[in-house]
Design a protein around this ligand. Structure first.
Ligand code: ADP
Length: 447
């Protein structure tokens, strides 16, 4: 039984977890950096501990400080949220070794899936389609040329330790391959301390579709349908929706089943997202597993009515999933817009600063997951997301209309936000028709 839980995170996800704890009768413990002393998660948690200086490598990434806070507070479990240490297998192991339940998969499963080349091999072993590519890591220019010739140009060179779009390079032909290969290797070595790379065929104009999965420790694995996250800028998601507007029903069943096979094969428990790219013919290819709760989890919650954070906590305490696959229904359409403190007019430059005033939208079908309030200063040290505006309506048409009026209602003074930009995307015929791919934003709006 988990009675007290520490949240090793900040911002809206810390609040999201505190909310679940309060409803479950679990005491919540916040940790915060000196820059976050006035944060809502600090105010709303039952207890809070300062763990260091503003920069995340001096606070939210400091494992010893977090464990010390957990010991002082006497918690039973630690929830890592997303980002920071959420997919750090070492942190996962240290939490468990220190006697705290980690709300997530085992360190072993996390480690294996965190390495993209290993995850790719696991996908193949579990009959989950992958993008045609090299057999394992590519060690030399000659290997790279041979592998690329086999899969056909253009190719994508990918770092096995990659994340956040780092260590990825496209090569259009053999002439540019050697340069792209060495760039990807150098970037990956610098960012992750691991320069290992493999090669995949570059899929043109793909859609990004991912499946939300949750598994318990008793062998039950369920999916909560898919999310379409094709509205991206520089590989960063801007708008997510569930279900996908473009996937025919039989492909939808196939992609969800493939995701379940992947997670079952990985002997994984807790929440996971299996990410795919989907080509124009609706072929889907596995790209990676995210072994944590994701930013866009609310759209899956809205269409299924399942509280994913509560389910994560239950599963981590050893309980069985509270539903079976055939009890999960997909109802209506949910869309999420990430509201960032950025200036779309200035190339999405981050725009931290004081929020002079804010009016938060409401009404039927509107949810705003956010940690900000009037008078709050968005710190410059962390990512620029100030909230997630989520709608849920019976049809996609209604969901778009509700999102547009909610974006109109959202009034923020003091900093610029991406709200007006979202409204432009939502009106674009390609988005309205659900025909957009991951290059849509860059093609139609920016860069
Ligand atoms: P990261 O972990 O760095 O985010 P991913 O493997 O998730 O890397 O890929 C990020 C994005 O890159 C995907 O959402 C997709 O848009 C694009 N991508 C990945 N693999 C391919 C591919 N083989 N062909 C075309 N685009 C790809």
């Amino acid at each position: 039984m988990i009675k007290k839980l520490l949240i090793a995170n900040r911002g809206e996800i810390a609040l999201r977890i505190i909310r679940a704890c309060r409803e479950m009768g679990i005491r919540s413990v916040a940790v915060y950096s000196q820059a976050d002393a006035d944060s809502m998660h600090v105010r709303l948690a039952d207890e809070a501990y300062c763990i260091g200086k503003p920069r995340s490598n001096e606070s939210y990434l400091k494992i010893d400080q977090i464990i010390a806070a957990a010991e002082v507070a006497g918690v039973d479990a630690i929830h890592p949220g997303y980002g920071f240490l959420a997919e750090n297998a070492h942190f996962n192991e240290v939490c468990r070794a220190s006697g705290f339940e980690f709300i997530g998969p085992s360190p072993q499963a996390m480690e294996k899936l965190g390495d993209k080349n290993t995850a790719r091999k696991m996908a193949i072993a579990n009959d989950v389609p992958v993008v045609p590519g090299s057999e394992g890591l590519v060690e030399s220019n000659e290997d790279a040329i041979a592998a690329a010739a086999k899969v056909g140009y253009p190719v994508l060179i990918k770092a096995t330790a990659g994340g956040g779009g780092k260590g990825m390079r496209v090569a259009e032909s053999e002439e540019t391959l050697a340069t792209a290969f060495s760039q990807a290797r150098t970037e990956a070595e610098a960012a992750f301390g691991n320069g290992g790379c493999y090669i995949e065929r570059y899929v043109g104009s793909p859609r990004h579709i991912e499946v939300q999965v949750i598994a318990d420790t008793h062998g039950n694995v369920c999916h909560l349908f898919e999310r379409d996250c094709s509205v991206q800028r520089r590989h960063q998601k801007l708008i997510e929706e569930a279900p996908s507007p473009s996937l025919p029903e039989h492909r939808r069943a196939a992609i969800c089943e493939a995701a379940v096979r992947m997670i079952r094969g990985a002997e994984y428990s807790n929440a996971a997202t299996v990410e795919f790219i989907v080509d124009a013919e609706n072929n889907f290819y596995f790209i990676e597993v995210n072994a944590r709760i994701q930013v866009e989890h609310p759209v899956s919650e809205m269409i299924t009515g399942i509280d994913l954070i509560k389910e994560q906590i239950r599963v981590a305490s050893g309980e069985k999933l509270s539903f079976s696959q055939d009890e999960i229904e997909c109802r209506g359409v949910s869309i999420e817009c990430r509201i960032n403190a950025e200036n779309p007019e200035k190339n999405f430059q981050p725009n931290p600063g004081k929020i002079q005033s804010i009016f938060i939208p409401g009404g039927l079908g509107v949810r705003f997951d956010s940690h900000v309030y009037a008078g709050y200063t968005v710190p410059a040290y962390y990512d620029s997301m100030i909230g997630k505006l989520i709608v849920h309506r019976p049809t996609r048409e209604e969901a778009i209309a509700t999102m547009r009026r909610a974006l109109h209602e959202l009034q923020v003074e003091g900093i610029s936000t991406t709200a007006a930009f979202h409204d432009k995307v939502l009106q674009h015929p390609e988005f309205v028709d659900g025909l957009h791919d991951t290059k849509f934003v860059e093609r139609e709006f920016v860069d």
